[in-house]
Ligand binder design. Structure first.
Ligand code: FMN
Length: 313
C-alpha cells in the first residue's frame, strides 16, 4: 500500500510537507500547482514551489512530485522535461482543480470534458520525460456529472501515464459529501496502472470502506491528514506513534517558527489558523486555541497562546 499526501494549493507548501512527512506514513507528496501557459518557466519558479529540489534538508522527507497545471501539451511537456532535468522525482498533471480562475484559463477540471486534449497532454508530457521519471495524473469523476471518469482514465493510461489518482467526485460536486468511492471501482478494475483513491478519508474506518468500495490498494489523503496528522500511521496500524494534543501543539509551534518570517506582519499567524481550522475536527483543544488566537497578530502573543495550549494538554 502507498499513501500519498494530496496537493492542496495555498495550504500544503514545503513547510507543511516537512511537518507532516516527519510524522511518518506518507510515501509521496506533490507540490502546489505550477501554472504553465506559453513558456518554459525559469528554474527559480521550480525551486520556489519545490525547494526540496535544491536541498534534502528542506521540506518533505519523501519524494515530491512537481504538479503542473495548464492545457497546452507543448509547453506542459517542455516544463515537465525541465522539472526532470532539475531532479524532480516525478511529475503530476492536475485535471481536477475546480477553481473558477483556473478553469477560465482552461486548466484543471474543465479539461475533464475534453478527453482528446487530456490524451494529447499526457502523451506529450510522457514523451518529454525520461523513462525513469514517473508521470502521475489526478482527475475527478467528471465535470458537470460523474460521467467521464472511465473514458478519461483509459485515455490517460493509453497515453502512457504511470499512475492515476481519482478524487471520487465531479467538479460540480465540489467538496460536498459524500465521496463516491464505489464509482472508482470500474476504473480500478479496468486499468493496469495503479489507481489511487482520494476524497473524504478522515478516519481509519473511512479508509477501510474506501478500499472495500473502490478496490484500490493505494490512497491519497488531503484534509483528513491535516485534521488528524497521524492518520497515515493509524491506517498503517502503527499505533505506537499516535499523536495526542501535546504532540500536535508542538507541531503547531514548529510550524509557526518555520513560517513566521515568510509573511508580512499583518498576516502573521494566518497559516496557523488555517491548519487549526482542520484540526478542530479532531481535537477540542484546537477549537479553544483557535478562539484564543483568532484576533492575535503579534509574535509574542501567538507564541504564548501556543505554549499555554501545549501545557494545558
Ligand atoms: C484548499 C485545497 C486546495 C487544493 N489544491 C489542489 C491542487 O492544487 N491540485 C489538485 O489536484 N487538487 C487540489 N485539491 C484537491 C485535493 O487534492 C483532494 O483531491 C481533495 O481535497 C479531496 O481529498 P480529501 O478529502 O482527502 O481532502 C485541493 C483541495 C483543497 C481543499
Amino acid at each position: 500500500m502507498r499513501i500519498y499526501l494530496a496537493p492542496m494549493e495555498g495550504v500544503i507548501d514545503h513547510h507543511l510537507r516537512q511537518i507532516l512527512t516527519r510524522i511518518g506514513g506518507i510515501d509521496f507528496c506533490t507540490t502546489e500547482f505550477v501554472r504553465v501557459t506559453e513558456h518554459t518557466l525559469p528554474r527559480k519558479v521550480f525551486y520556489r514551489y519545490c525547494p526540496e529540489l535544491q536541498s534534502s534538508t528542506i521540506g518533505a522527507s519523501c519524494p515530491v512530485r512537481i504538479q503542473l497545471l495548464g492545457s497546452n501539451p507543448k509547453t506542459l511537456a517542455s516544463n515537465a522535461a525541465k522539472a526532470a532535468r532539475l531532479g524532480a522525482p516525478g511529475v503530476d498533471l492536475n485535471f481536477g482543480c475546480p477553481a473558477k480562475t483556473v478553469n477560465k484559463h482552461r486548466g484543471g477540471a474543465c479539461l475533464l470534458d475534453d478527453t482528446f486534449l487530456i490524451r494529447d497532454i499526457v502523451q506529450a508530457v510522457r514523451e518529454a520525460l525520461p523513462d525513469s521519471t514517473p508521470l502521475s495524473v489526478k482527475i475527478r469523476l467528471g465535470y458537470a456529472a460523474r460521467d467521464s471518469g472511465l473514458r478519461n482514465a483509459e485515455a490517460i493510461e493509453a497515453a502512457g501515464a504511470n499512475e492515476l489518482a481519482v478524487h471520487a467526485r465531479s467538479k460540480a460536486d465540489a467538496y460536498k459529501p459524500p465521496a463516491y468511492w464505489c464509482e472508482i471501482a470500474e476504473i480500478q478494475q479496468t486499468l493496469g496502472i495503479p489507481v489511487i483513491a482520494n476524497g473524504d478519508i478522515w478516519t481509519v474506518d473511512d479508509f477501510l470502506r474506501c478500499r472495500e468500495e473502490s478496490g484500490c490498494e493505494h490512497v491519497m489523503l488531503g484534509r483528513g491528514l491535516l485534521a488528524r496528522p497521524d492518520l497515515a500511521l493509524r491506517i498503517r496500524g502503527e499505533a505506537d506513534a499516535l499523536l495526542d494534543w501535546q504532540d500536535v501543539s508542538t507541531l503547531l509551534l514548529d510550524f509557526f517558527l518555520l513560517t513566521r518570517d515568510q509573511y508580512p506582519k499583518k498576516y502573521l499567524g494566518n497559516r496557523l489558523k488555517q491548519w487549526l481550522h482542520y484540526l478542530k475536527r479532531t481535537y477540542v483543544e484546537a477549537e479553544v486555541l483557535f478562539e484564543n488566537i483568532k484576533r492575535l497578530r503579534d509574535e509574542a502573543g501567538l507564541m504564548q497562546a501556543l505554549e499555554v495550549s501545549s501545557k494545558a494538554a
